[in-house]
Design a protein around this ligand. Structure first.
Ligand SMILES: Nc1ncnc2c1ncn2[C@@H]1O[C@H](COP(=O)(O)OP(=O)(O)O)[C@@H](O)[C@H]1O
Ligand SMILES: [Mg+2]
Length: 156
């Protein structure tokens, strides 16, 4: 069984609060995937995850759309991938991104559908959808070893 949880993010502050929780609970080797349309809040959530990981404030987290991968120092490293521009998982292997997935840090992946057969078995999927100008719905689905920790990542 894969537990799914719906979280209502009524305003950007709720998203930030949730992201900080995720960053606080993250452990080396964790993988969070962030799916959702452009503007649904994937990068906003990643910035808050960075706060929870104690990424220094002067390391401003931006969308790595053109570089595909940004690495930030924190309590553990944050590997932030944006796979939007990739077509197949072969390209991901060619770029050596696979090594990051099982590395020493937390990997946050925007546009995870590009992973195809490389999709890791243990991960937390977060799907963001628009419910209003300033509100979003986050659907969380945990797989493998992320399942027991799913509940601890939910904000009060
Ligand atoms: N509840 C919310 N959660 C997250 N972002 C929100 C919310 N309400 C409004 N926004 C705004 O939506 C935009 C999301 O942009 P961004 O995080 O770059 O999205 P993506 O990376 O998915 O394209 C930001 O301008 C943010 O301020
Ligand atoms: Mg983005």
């Amino acid at each position: 069984m894969k537990p799914s949880v719906n979280l209502t993010l009524d305003n950007p502050a709720k998203t930030v609060h949730f992201g900080r929780h995720l960053g606080n609970m993250a452990r080396a080797g964790d993988i969070f995937t962030l799916a959702g349309d452009l503007g649904s809040g994937k990068t906003t959530l990643t910035q808050a995850i960075g706060q929870g990981l104690a990424v220094p404030a002067d390391c401003f987290i931006t969308s790595p759309t053109f570089s595909l991968l940004h690495e930030y120092p924190g309590r553990i490293p944050l590997y932030h991938m944006d796979l939007y521009r990739l077509a197949t998982s072969d390209e991901i292997v060619e770029l050596g991104f696979e090594d990051y997935l099982y590395g020493e840090g937390l990997t946050v992946i925007e546009w995870p559908d590009r992973l195809q057969d490389l999709m890791p078995a243990d991960r937390l999927d977060i799907h963001l959808t628009f419910t209003g100008e300033n509100s979003r719905l986050a659907v969380l689905t945990a797989y493998g070893n992320m399942i027991p920790r799913l509940l601890s990542c939910l904000p009060e």
